[in-house]
Design a protein around this ligand. Structure first.
Ligand SMILES: [Zn+2]
Length: 350
């Protein structure tokens, strides 16, 4: 973002020097003013999304500003395609409105004055933000509107997300190709090309993330706690790690997880496999299991019977490597986050 801000300041500063005949520091100050205008425009644009979302009862957690686009984080997805479309198009609508007002002001104000220049900057930045964001590919607003349309047609939000994500990638490729052609024929400067390619790169990455998320969310129902849970082998506190690992190797059940139990036999801690692996083999007979274990109080508990989506939400809310799975008061076993990841992204896991 800083890189983009510097680029825009320089490109716009050079333009202001040539067009307005401003001296060097002032020209770049006008360039910096353009950056501030862009940020302000993006903020108002994001407020358009945020306030529309709240109107439909969707809470807003935070707004992140970038130079050409921002991001409004909501506490849940839109419940219906119509709401999704309205929330996503509210931002570009605000930008277009601001752009229209600023264009009118720029036309009225005298040319080659600071006030006229600021109005022109605001008009340019808002129209730019509106048109950039309305392009029909995820992660852009236009892409979310496209997803809403596909969602209404296909009745499957996740498939709609994947298709709109591929549309975003196609858009990135087209934008990159067009800007390279424009550079080759001399219509775009090298700095302008670098700027566009940086934007294209973020677009490409965002589209890829959308595709990934759409695929993963479609697989949430496949996360079956009952079949993913690993059995537990509890050893008494004070057992050397080497001895505990030997007992686990002899256990006929596959995927057994080592745990520590107190004298009454109730589970007090889970052995952290990463910490256990870090102990050198010749030290393992002298290290007790609880020194490489996480106490039960520090672990998140998942009751058996949660749906796949509920499990994933719980994992997102409480990041960790291992979770205790319980039925009532009893510990049924352990869920490893890597096992869930393998279900959600089988290709990556392989
Ligand atoms: Zn937007």
């Amino acid at each position: 973002m800083v890189l983009l801000a510097v680029l825009v300041t320089v490109v716009y500063g050079n333009y202001a020097r040539a067009e307005l005949g401003l001296a060097q520091p002032w020209a770049y100050l006008v360039g910096l003013g353009f950056v501030v205008c862009l940020l302000g425009s993006v903020l108002l644009h994001e407020l358009g999304h945020a306030l529309t979302a709240r109107r439909f009862g969707i809470g807003v957690r935070r707004i992140t500003l970038e130079l050409l686009s921002g991001w409004t984080e909501m506490d849940r997805d839109a419940p219906a395609p119509r709401v999704d479309a309205l929330v996503s198009l509210a931002g570009p609508a605000v930008s277009l409105l601001l752009g229209g007002v600023a264009t009118a002001a720029a036309l009225v104000l005298p040319d080659r004055t600071l006030a006229g220049e600021i109005a022109f900057q605001l008009a340019l930045s808002n129209v730019l933000v509106a048109f950039f964001n309305v392009l029909p590919g995820l992660p852009l607003d236009g892409g979310r509107a496209l997803r809403a349309l596909l969602w209404a047609m296909l009745k499957d939000r996740n498939r709609a997300t994947v298709v709109a994500g591929w549309s975003g990638r196609a858009l990135a490729l087209v934008t990159a190709s067009v800007s390279i052609v424009l550079y080759r024929v001399g219509l775009v400067t090298l700095l302008g090309l670098v700027f566009v390619l940086l934007v294209v790169l973020t677009l490409w990455q965002g589209a890829g993330q959308s595709i990934r998320l759409g695929r993963m969310t479609g697989r949430f129902p496949l996360v079956d706690l009952g079949s993913l849970v690993r059995p537990v082998l509890a050893v008494p506190a004070g057992t050397p790690l080497g001895e505990a690992q030997r007992r686990r190797a002899e256990d006929p059940r596959p995927d057994v997880v080592l745990a520590v139990a107190d004298s009454a036999g109730s589970l007090t801690a889970l052995v952290d496999p990463v910490a256990a692996e870090r102990v050198p083999v010749d030290r393992r007979p002298w290290v007790s299991v609880e020194s490489v274990a996480r106490s039960r109080d520090a672990l998140t508990t998942l009751p058996l019977g949660l749906t796949g989506e509920q499990v994933v939400r719980a994992l997102q809310a409480h990041p960790g490597a291992q979770y205790l799975v319980t039925a009532g008061e009893d510990v049924v076993g352990v869920l490893r986050v890597a096992d869930v990841a393998a279900v959600l992204e089988p290709r990556r896991a392989r």
